[in-house]
Design a protein around this ligand. Structure first.
Ligand code: ADP
Ligand code: MG
Length: 225
């Protein structure tokens, strides 16, 4: 059997707020197989972002074990976390977080350059991704010159630039109208499938979740189903 690209065991996270303790994650166990696309479904406040921040090595303060591509990561130092994020993971958020002064092409080229690839290689990969997302005519546009759907597609291209084994997406189409959301999500999933990456996609939208290989639901701090 293939080793999971993401393995979470006994993950717990609590927050102290005004003297009260909220147990947001109460023992999460979750495996994502190579190439598998998993929807993380749950209403607002159920802990989806908290879970993705743990899996993405973006926040501390957790108990439990996390492995990414077979490597235990929860105790890594900063340099180790940065390495795993750069070499293994791609991120898409609800808001695009593109660099405003850079073109679409430059935004998508950046991760490749950070990972040490040549400018020409990084640029070719960026152009290939943007072309496959129908943005071939928008390469030199800045984020402010793009529609919301186009901005999210650039963010998707950026997340896939280094062919991550796992893409973590937090409500990636949550800021788009329904029709655009469905279209951008379909393109995102097709691209992820096409390159064989796995994805964990947080959404509160049951219809969007149904487009994925498997749906897991966060309920009272645990995974149900
Ligand atoms: P979701 O992404 O499903 O909407 P979140 O993971 O953002 O849910 O939040 C889950 C719960 O954790 C919420 O009740 C939220 O208020 C709480 N929470 C998240 N981050 C913090 C924080 N930094 N401090 C205190 N409470 C937090
Ligand atoms: Mg959230």
């Amino acid at each position: 059997m293939n080793e999971p690209v993401l393995k979470i065991a006994g993950l717990r996270r609590s927050f102290e707020q005004g003297g009260a303790r909220i147990d947001v994650l109460r023992g999460i166990d979750l495996d994502v197989a190579p190439g598998e696309i998993v929807a993380l479904l749950g209403p607002s406040g159920s802990g989806k972002s908290t879970l993705l921040q743990a899996a993405g090595l973006l926040e501390g303060g957790f108990d439990g074990q996390i492995s990414i591509a077979g490597e235990r990561v929860e105790a890594l130092d900063n340099a180790g976390r940065t390495r795993v994020r750069r070499d293994r993971l791609g991120f898409v958020y609800q808001f695009h977080h593109l660099m405003p002064d850079f073109s679409a092409l430059e935004n998508v080229q950046l991760p490749g350059m950070v990972a040490g690839r040549s400018t020409a290689d990084a640029r070719a990969r960026a152009a290939e991704l943007l072309n496959s997302l129908g943005l071939g005519e928008r390469l030199t546009h800045r984020p402010s010159q793009l529609s919301g759907g186009e901005q999210q597609r650039v963010a998707v291209a950026r997340a896939l630039a280094n062919r991550p084994v796992l893409v973590l997406a937090d409500e990636p189409t949550g800021n788009l109208d329904e029709a655009t959301a469905a279209k951008v999500l379909a393109q995102f999933l097709a691209l992820v499938r096409g390159q064989g990456s796995a994805a964990l996609v947080a959404t509160h939208n049951v219809a969007l979740a149904a487009a994925m290989d498997r749906v897991v639901t966060l309920h009272e701090g645990r995974i149900a189903g």
